[in-house]
Design a protein around this ligand. Structure first.
Ligand code: MG
Length: 311
């Protein structure tokens, strides 16, 4: 298959900076690409790198797009190297064409700290029943205090998952896991840094709360390595930076993993392709981590019109 290829970089502001234990993030930058086949039929893809999470940088993705000719083939797409996982995803999912979606439950992302106490109600009113709250941002004493208030405030039917983004140490992880066991938390995501895989594997056997790997399994290669090293807990999969969607699909099917599909704050173009993978591979019916539209000033439609209007 031959395609005419056009791409366009974009910038999108968050309503408020996203605080995680990696720091503060206030602008989402990425690339929208369009492939048109010989009949003129166009399909779209998105490259949404997250270099601090383990993908290529935006600059590397732009360099890759700039050096491509105006006309590319399926071979071009399937020979993108594994060092450019967000590019692999963007091009391959565009080549797959139109997306059909199955209904999925969404998890709404709460802001870190006290702000979560004000935000959950709005999301609840919009229909969210699963929430994610970031920890490892402030001191453990402050966060445990807000955690208890949040648990008290949330209706009994709500489900809560915590995400430490690798920001805990062995001691604080144990304190959090005891609290999680006590309150029936869905799972704790990436308690320790990526280098401490063995410690997380050990920790996963000591508490009844499930642990999820996220930063440790950013790319398909890391996902495969963690599985081979014995991880059987939850895997958070961010399709937009994981690499080739066809290989990801194959991996999920072969190993029947407990996967939670999650956003990297991509636009609707990347999200549709990611949700397609989620719908096909959500073995444990986990709420997908795509409840993030409230983090942007501008809705998807306006954002995409702005990116493409002058093409
Ligand atoms: Mg995470």
């Amino acid at each position: 298959m031959r395609y005419r290829f056009v791409f366009r970089p974009y910038r999108r502001l968050f309503t408020r900076p996203l605080q995680t234990s990696h720091g503060s993030w206030d602008v989402r930058e990425g690339i929208i690409l369009r492939l048109s086949d010989e009949t003129g039929r166009a399909s779209w893809g998105e490259i949404a790198p997250l270099s601090w999470f383990g993908s290529e940088t935006l600059e590397q993705a732009l360099d890759f797009c700039r050096q491509l000719p105006n006309e590319i083939t399926s071979e071009t797409i399937f020979s993108i190297p594994a060092t450019l996982p967000a590019c692999q995803f963007g091009f391959e999912s565009a080549g797959e064409g139109a997306q059909e979606l199955l209904p999925l439950e969404y998890s709404g992302l709460l802001p870190a700290g006290q702000a979560a106490l004000h935000q959950w109600q709005t999301l609840w009113n919009q229909g969210y029943r699963t929430f994610k709250w970031k920890i490892g941002v402030a001191t453990i004493q402050e966060e445990l205090k807000v955690f208890h208030q949040l648990i008290q405030a949330l209706p009994a039917s709500a489900q809560l998952r915590l995400d430490a983004n690798g920001g805990l140490c062995a001691n604080s992880a144990s304190v959090w896991l005891q609290a999680c066991d006590h309150f029936g938390i869905e799972f704790l995501e990436q308690p320790l840094p990526v280098e401490q895989f063995d410690a997380m594997l050990e920790l996963s056997t000591r508490y009844s709360t499930q642990l999820a790997l996220d930063e440790s399994v950013a790319t398909l290669e890391q996902l495969e390595a963690s599985y081979q090293q014995g991880w059987r807990g939850v895997f958070v999969i961010k399709p937009c930076i994981a690499g080739s969607p066809s290989r990801l699909r194959q991996f999920c099917r072969e190993h029947e993993i407990d996967a939670v599909f999650s956003s990297v704050f991509e636009t609707a173009i990347g999200r549709l392709a990611a949700l397609k993978l989620a719908a096909e591979n959500n073995r444990h019916n986990r709420a997908v981590g795509f409840g993030i539209s409230h983090w942007f000033e501008e809705d998807d439609e306006i954002c995409l019109e702005r990116i493409w209007k002058d093409l």
